[in-house]
Design a protein around this ligand. Structure first.
Ligand SMILES: NCC(=O)CCC(=O)O
Ligand SMILES: [Mg+2]
Length: 336
């Protein structure tokens, strides 16, 4: 029997060796996804016992406050550490100035209370700070006479909104508005109020994206929105500027930062983690979710496999976690 190498140049390194069996693949796996990496965004609606499926987000519903509490209990059982709440404010409570955002009895505050009652401190409650679910025009801030979203006056309202949420018991304030200076203003207000331990997860690099459509349906702002958000959300072409946004939000007092959307911006996630070493989260937004569902329904591939491959990609790129509408499905697959 000839036992000599096939040729002298034959590789000493065969990367396929470690891939041959499941046990070996498991042993060499570099990145691990667990239910603790997932944040579950939930849409709150009025009423009691209400579930409203969102047509453009197959598998996702708006729930009345009682249903939100049930979803939060489910999250705890699945090992999901945090829920993110978004209200579908009734039409008659929307106004040009978005004043419902700081009403202590708004849907958001009622949902925060219900989750806390149901789960105590077994779950984190992350709340969105921006005016779009509360305004008649669907912009994230106050609109001036020239149509421009006014920065500093908006920040003053966002501070009230954030304090309102902290007062109701939010654990993580997540400003998604992209006004300049809002993280510092909110951090100062939390410090000067009685909320020094309330976290801020800044939507630091949020891009003016075409992937937000189904979310706007879910919170009822899509049909109201005239124009776009390009004067405050970032240009998808800009990476260096995203790093400046992230640096600013860290300096202003953010505990963690978010990049949004996720998939088209993995380079920003990677660069942010390399440059700052802070906790970075990705928001896999509604359009990304809907594309996976539509792709699976069209026979592109297995839905669960498509879902998990994208989620592990966020972890590999450097994320501490991912906000995803697939959170309960993924947690179940991960044995949560
Ligand atoms: N402020 C939260 C969002 O804008 C979410 C967008 C999405 O899921 O499409
Ligand atoms: Mg900024």
């Amino acid at each position: 029997m000839i036992r000599t190498p096939v040729s002298a140049s034959y590789p000493a390194t065969r990367l396929r060796r470690t891939r041959a069996h499941g046990w070996s693949r498991a042993m060499h796996r570099e990145t691990v996804l667990t239910p603790a990496d997932l944040i579950w965004p939930l849409f709150v609606t009025s009423g009691n016992g209400v579930e409203e499926p969102v047509a453009s987000l197959p598998g996702v519903s708006r729930w009345s406050v009682d249903g939100i509490a049930k979803r939060a209990r489910e999250a705890v059982q699945l090992g999901i550490p945090c829920v993110a709440l978004f209200p579908n404010t009734p039409g008659d409570a929307r106004s040009d100035d978005g004043a419902e955002a700081y009403n202590p009895d708004n849907l958001m505050c009622r949902a925060i209370n219900a989750v806390r009652q149901a789960c105590g401190n077994d779950i984190g409650i992350l709340t969105d700070v921006a005016l779009d679910p509360y305004t008649t025009h669907g912009q994230d801030g106050l609109v001036g006479t020239d149509g421009y979203v006014v920065n500093d006056a908006t920040v003053a309202v966002l501070v009230d909104q954030a304090l309102n949420q902290a007062e109701a018991g939010a654990d993580i304030i997540a400003p998604s508005d992209m006004m300049d200076g809002r993280v510092k203003a909110i951090r100062m207000a939390l410090e000067m109020g009685d909320y020094p331990n309330v976290q801020i997860m800044a939507y630091a690099a949020k891009f003016a994206s075409a992937f937000y459509g189904p979310f706007r349906d879910a919170v009822g702002s899509g049909d109201r929105l005239a124009g776009d958000k390009k004067s405050y959300q970032m240009d998808p072409a800009n990476g260096d500027e995203a790093l400046r946004e992230i640096a600013m939000d860290i300096a202003e007092g953010a505990d963690s930062v978010m990049v949004k959307p996720g998939l088209a911006y993995l380079d920003i996630i990677y660069r942010a983690k390399e440059a700052f070493g802070v906790p970075v989260f990705a928001y896999q937004v509604s359009g990304e979710y809907a594309l996976i569902e539509a792709g699976a329904a069209a026979g592109v591939g297995d839905r669960d496999a498509l879902m998990m491959e994208k989620l592990i990609g966020f972890k590999r790129a450097g994320c501490s976690g991912v906000l995803t509408y697939h959170a309960p499905q993924a947690a179940r697959l991960l044995g949560g």
